[in-house]
Design a protein around this ligand. Structure first.
Ligand SMILES: NC(=O)c1ccc[n+]([C@@H]2O[C@H](COP(=O)([O-])OP(=O)(O)OC[C@H]3O[C@@H](n4cnc5c(N)ncnc54)[C@H](OP(=O)(O)O)[C@@H]3O)[C@@H](O)[C@H]2O)c1
Length: 175
């Protein structure tokens, strides 16, 4: 029997779509980290090997699926996938797996993603890693909240949730 399942993506991006700089994120947003924890806790998180390297450890309470082309790559306690399709199927019966970046893995996963949790960081800055192009006319904004910067959050930011407007074969994956 095949299972129809949701796949979400979670990402923070500046106004000019920067998501990374020199292997890290170019801001400190404590509330974004809390939101990330809340949405990912108990679920599979799919990430590229470079994003795993930048985090430097497995995140507790989640099953990390690392995507790499390296056939010998192993991390104790993580699942390893050699394609985005393998990564998605490793998520099994999880009802809310998430793609957690970076840019290469967002680009590969986007065709299967039906929901995007975007933190829009309200600044323009330089970076070396960009959010892949997304045709936002095909997505519906279903939730948005704006927040001011403070001592623990370096810029104003908005939490947004976007759902893909139904189009055949695009918003879900079938196993
Ligand atoms: N703002 C955010 O929300 C956010 C979230 C996550 C990450 N980031 C940032 O994004 C940056 C990292 O992103 P990135 O795009 O450079 O790297 P990435 O997507 O994290 O990882 C790239 C790696 O994924 C593997 N890979 C890519 N395509 C593959 C394929 N078709 N099959 C198998 N494996 C494949 C390769 O690993 P191997 O080289 O091992 O083969 C590749 O080097 C960092 O600056 C990080 O801080 C930002």
């Amino acid at each position: 029997m095949s299972t129809l399942q949701k796949l979400s993506m979670i990402v923070a991006a500046s106004e000019n779509n920067v998501i990374g700089m020199k292997g890290d994120m170019p801001w400190r947003l404590s509330e974004d980290l809390k939101r990330f924890k809340r949405l990912t806790m108990g679920h599979h998180i799919i990430m590229g090997r470079k994003t795993f390297d930048s985090i430097g450890r497995l995140l507790p309470g989640r099953t990390t699926v690392i995507v790499t082309r390296q056939t010998e790559f192993e991390i104790e306690g993580a699942r390893i996938a050699h394609s985005i399709e393998d990564a998605i199927s490793i998520c099994g019966q999880d009802d809310a797996p998430l793609v957690t970046g970076g840019a290469e893995i967002y680009r590969l996963a986007l065709p299967w993603v039906s929901e995007i949790h975007l933190t829009r960081v309200h600044t323009m800055l330089e970076g070396d890693t960009l959010l892949p192009e997304i045709d936002w006319t095909r997505w519906e904004l279903v939730d948005r909240s704006w927040h001011a910067s403070d001592e623990k959050n370096s810029f104003d930011y908005s939490f947004e949730t976007h759902r893909r407007i139904a189009s055949p074969g695009a918003q879900s994956f079938i196993r």
